[in-house]
Design a protein. Structure first.
Length: 334
């Protein structure tokens, strides 16, 4: 699989395109290395047993990938970090998993897939597809429930029951006998390998440098309703290697353009106040110079992206849009 099994099975290496023989699947099963959860799950799947080698193979493939994702979520969100950073990480996982649910639902609808086929004693390409996609769906739902059950206090995203997942994402009545159920197994006691201590970026909702009369303050420029989201985006800048843990710009090829595009995108998404008001002076409109000077001051002199920023606002609008379209984290700024 190329990048993400939960998406690749739908669009990249589709089950319906897999023409390997029963013996080939049998050989693949012999080489499987089983994954194990690092902590006791809250949920489990009650699914029909796989009989054919093809179904057994995909069952193990999906199950293993689910456990990897489950372990990664626990490792990520149990990290010793700031509330803002953890909230950002939770929202990132939430969006990723809800995307799985949406894409699986689209696949079932677009391919007119009768999920009940996998419950029947038939063994053909269509019933195999129904079995595998239905198991993928169940795992995506379980992953959502595990994330929510463990870490939903980190964010204010929507909370759903298992029954509501069926209704909201799949437009269907919940089955009388739920496939995703409360975990009934024994407690899992596993020892995690100690991680090397590394620096942790701390997002700051406020000014971080000495006052400069030529530069607007944090509260003057960043809209108060957007400051929490802005701090999450600065975490992204750090994760993408654009600013370091001390809020200094990292001089690397392409970073100036990314920072300039970031400023333009924030402008479009109304992250900046429109006007400044003071008692003795008329309202002052926020202009491009206020924005690039603020960021050059905040991230250090090497971050001055005045030229790139002005080009993206003017003659290079198409280049800006292409960069945003090809850069997921920029495209997602709302």
């Amino acid at each position: 699989m190329a990048k993400d099994l939960f998406i690749d099975l739908l669009y990249v290496e589709k089950v319906t395109d897999d023409k390997r023989t029963d013996n080939q699947f049998k050989e693949l099963l012999n080489g499987f290395k089983k994954e194990y959860p690092i902590t006791t799950p809250n949920y489990e799947i009650d699914f029909k047993k796989a009989y054919s080698n093809k179904r057994k193979y995909y069952f193990k493939l999906i199950e293993n990938d689910y456990i990897k994702k489950f372990n990664a979520i626990n490792d990520t969100l149990e990290a010793n970090s700031t509330p803002g950073h953890l909230s950002f990480l939770y929202d990132k996982e939430f969006n990723r998993i809800t995307n799985y649910l949406t894409q699986i639902s689209n696949y079932i609808s677009e391919n007119d897939l009768d999920e009940s086929l996998y419950l029947k004693p038939t063994n053909n390409d269509k019933s195999d597809e129904a079995y595998i996609i239905s198991f993928l769906k169940a795992n995506a739902m379980m992953l959502f429930m595990e994330l929510q059950e463990r870490f939903s206090d980190l964010s204010d995203t929507e909370i759903y029951t298992i029954e509501e997942l069926h209704e909201v994402f799949f437009n269907e009545e919940p089955p009388q006998e739920l496939v995703v159920k409360v975990y009934s197994g024994s407690e899992i006691k596993s020892v995690r390998k100690p991680k090397k201590q590394s620096s942790i970026f701390k997002a700051i909702q406020g000014d971080i440098r000495e006052d400069n009369s030529e530069v607007l303050s944090y509260n003057e420029l960043i809209d108060k309703t957007k400051q929490r989201e802005f701090s999450k985006l600065e975490v992204t800048l750090n994760e993408k290697g654009i600013i370091d843990d001390n809020y200094y710009f990292i001089k690397k090829r392409g970073n100036k353009k990314l920072l300039a595009a970031f400023m333009v995108k924030l402008t479009e998404a109304n992250y900046f106040t429109e006007r400044l008001f003071s008692e003795n002076n008329p309202p002052k409109k926020i202009e491009p110079k206020h924005i690039y000077k603020f960021f050059a001051h905040r991230y250090g002199p090497k971050s001055d992206a005045n030229k790139e920023y002005r080009n993206f606002l003017g003659t290079e609008k198409r280049a800006y849009q292409k960069l945003v379209d090809n850069t997921y984290w920029l495209d997602q700024i709302k």
